[in-house]
Design a protein around this ligand. Structure first.
Ligand SMILES: O=C(O)CCC(=O)C(=O)O
Length: 316
């Protein structure tokens, strides 16, 4: 069990630092080196819009997070209210199940501390090209045999209530992910297509096809499956076309997603037409205001963490 002692608040967003010993933090700039991405990896991300197979969690850490997920059914309604969104089944197919929740870091110690996983923080710093804040986290879990799809989409289509587009997604598997149990797929280089409209997340896998050009449709032939062992991550660009098929295998496919943003990201709610979706989200403040409250903690401060080493660290 991962315990955090002497916490006064049940709302873990009151803690802008790790609260347990689950992730050992580097104690010097030198200790960050072991997590650094190479220049080749950064180049790959830039060209293709994603970078996969980055180890973030060891077995013990995966087990702790999965135990917290297993205990979710017993969580009090009071605590569940800390989630920004909680859908036991978001699948539009009545025969399938897709658990999707946003904001789990506010009520589960392990998921809170995951935000400070050093391998995640270093890679995200390099791929974002600077200091960054938490935007939000997400859980996407497909049970064995009848796990639902996540339809092809671009993340930023859903996030236009913030600007500029300076976001990064990190998908971390909590089960070994393969084609059979519904792993993530990408269309390499699709981050250069420009922004597409929302066409639905959990119903028709191919709904997005209606808004694509002939060339973009042809690019789908190059789609690539991101098969990875549990504890490994794939990072992607906010305009990356991605999705995942159903799970009819006899294994579950659970994942946690960390969404980060640049430190000067502002609220862009003036013309946002889906404000109802944000009703339980942290306050977005006034239109044009920097997102700056306890729910958007700064996760990496390069001057503080890296000091003089900062000059040697490749970023995008
Ligand atoms: O876990 C999945 O299948 C989908 C995840 C996703 O859409 C994302 O990471 O942005």
């Amino acid at each position: 069990m991962n315990t955090a002692k002497n916490l006064k608040s049940n709302d873990l967003s009151d803690y802008g630092n790790p609260i347990s010993k689950l992730f050992k933090q580097p104690q010097s700039p030198e200790e960050w080196k072991q997590y650094m991405l190479t220049a080749e990896q950064i180049k790959f991300y830039k060209e293709n819009g994603y970078l996969s197979n980055i180890k973030i969690l060891n077995e013990e850490q995966v087990d702790v997070l999965n135990e917290e997920l297993a205990n979710l059914s017993e969580m009090s309604e009071e605590r569940k209210k800390l989630f920004y969104e909680y859908k036991s089944n978001e699948s539009e197919d009545p025969n399938k199940v897709l658990f999707h929740a946003i904001g789990g870091w506010r009520s589960m110690t392990g998921f809170h501390d995951l935000l400070w996983a050093p391998a995640y923080r270093m890679a995200a710093y390099q791929l974002m090209g600077g200091d960054f804040k938490l935007f939000h986290d997400q859980l996407f879990c497909k049970p064995s045999n009848h796990g639902g799809v996540v339809a092809w989409h671009q993340d930023y289509s859903y996030w236009t209530f913030t600007k500029p587009m300076n976001h990064l997604t990190c998908w971390i598997g909590l089960d070994d992910a393969s084609k059979e149990n519904g792993c993530l797929y990408y269309v390499p280089r699709s981050h250069k297509w420009g922004l597409l409209p929302i066409t639905g997340l959990t119903g028709n896998m191919y709904a997005v096809r209606e808004v694509l050009t002939k060339e973009q449709l042809a690019d789908f032939d190059k789609k690539t499956a991101i098969e990875m062992p549990k504890g490994y991550a794939s990072f992607h660009h906010p305009q990356m076309m991605h999705g995942s098929y159903s799970n009819s295998s006899d294994r579950s496919r659970r994942a946690v997603v960390l969404n980060s943003m640049g430190p000067n990201t502002v609220s862009n709610i003036a013309n946002f037409e889906r404000m109802d979706l944000l009703k339980d989200f942290p306050s977005m403040g006034e239109h044009g205001q920097v997102l700056d409250n306890k729910c958007f903690p700064l996760l990496f401060n390069a001057d503080k963490e890296l000091g003089a080493l900062k000059k040697e660290v490749f970023t995008i």
